[in-house]
Write a protein that binds this ligand. Structure first.
Ligand code: HPA
Ligand code: ZN
Length: 342
């Protein structure tokens, strides 16, 4: 009987998986933040790891973002971006991640005077070196939705010489008063350029349902980040299923920016046949990498080992990779399960 009777922590941690909702800037651990601040002569209010951790006070998306963006000041050089991403890949590998399609926020850096090329080249070089750790990694360039559509369009232009280094486009930061439609033209141009498209539909936002409708019908995204509010609208569940759209859920993150991890909603969608996945979002801020998201969600929801395997299979199924690659990853999961011993 290869499947564990209940999904144990070790089973979930090493289960092969893809991580599709990960902001690389959200992996900036306090120790690296202090190291980079010292190296780059950046004055920080906090001097110790404990002080940095104590500054992580947030209870909703806006208060999280108010802590999150200023922390990025310590990232200055191409090497800094490289080191940040490599530190994440090491942790990802230890969490069973075989593939990641990960977000980065160029405007959070260009707005401070950091050249676009330094950001992309640093991250890209790390994605190449991730292969040595057994992780296949590609980049999704996110626009900040509280910046203007013109700024997004300018960054889309900047990305064209780097097109081979970027897999897709995303949309993050503060959703309030920044609906998907604001970026319809930029994403249409991005599609023409050959980028895959995804957008955040954050949890319990004002206008969540209308925004999810826009990302599906108007923007025609290839995936949805968060998006669990579709549980409130059976028509949206139907169209998400018809289109086979993946939902990149982040239970531990949810528990920081809302009252709970939305485990019941995720389980309802899973059992309804929606391709839900589990991811860590900003693990350095929410205190847990993807393994903890699998473990905490399994404990809270009480789903079976087979259902956790289904979630891991979903994660490869909704990757932006070939059908052959998807089949290889599915086979890797099957082999892992077949050889697992409690
Ligand atoms: N939502 C919006 N913006 C973000 C997030 C998120 O989950 N994580 C980092 N930036
Ligand atoms: Zn996110």
């Amino acid at each position: 009987m290869p499947l564990p009777t209940v999904p144990t922590d070790a089973f979930l941690l090493n289960l092969p998986k893809a991580e599709l909702h990960l902001h690389v800037e959200g992996t900036l651990e306090p120790d690296l933040k202090l190291t980079l601040a010292a190296r780059n002569n950046i004055e920080l209010d906090q001097k110790t790891i404990e002080e940095v951790e104590a500054s992580y006070q947030f209870n909703d998306l806006a208060s999280f973002l108010a802590v999150y963006y200023p922390a990025m000041n310590v990232l200055q050089t191409e090497e800094d971006f490289y080191e940040l991403a490599m530190a994440y890949f090491k942790r990802a590998a230890a969490n069973g991640v075989k593939r990641t399609e990960m977000f980065f926020d160029p405007q959070a850096h260009t707005s401070r005077g950091v050249p676009f090329a330094d950001v992309v080249n640093g991250y890209y070089r790390a994605t190449q070196d991730a292969a040595q750790l057994g992780v296949s990694a590609e980049l999704i360039m996110c626009f900040l939705r509280d910046f203007t559509a013109e700024s997004a369009a300018e960054h889309l232009e900047l990305s064209i010489p780097f097109k081979d280094k970027i897999l897709g486009l995303g949309l993050d930061s503060d959703e309030r008063n920044n609906p998907p439609a604001k970026f319809a033209d930029v994403f249409a141009k991005g599609r023409e350029l050959g980028y895959k498209l995804t957008m955040h539909c954050d949890i319990d936002q004002i206008g969540s349902i209308e925004n999810i409708r826009q990302v599906i019908e108007d923007i025609q995204v290839d995936r949805i980040d968060h998006g669990t509010n579709i549980v409130e609208n059976p028509d949206l569940i139907t169209v998400v299923k018809e289109k086979g759209l993946g939902l990149t859920c982040c239970p531990v993150s949810n528990s920081f920016v809302t009252a709970d991890m939305k485990a019941a909603e995720i389980t309802q969608l899973l059992r309804d046949g929606v391709k839900v996945t589990l991811n860590s979002d900003d693990p350095a801020y929410f205190g847990g990498y993807i393994g903890k998201n699998y473990i905490d969600y399994a404990a809270k929801s009480g789903v079976s080992s087979a259902e956790m395997v289904q979630i891991a299979k979903n994660s490869f199924d909704v990757c932006w990779i070939s059908d052959e690659q998807k089949a290889q990853y599915a086979a890797e999961i099957d082999a892992y399960v077949a050889n697992f011993h409690e």
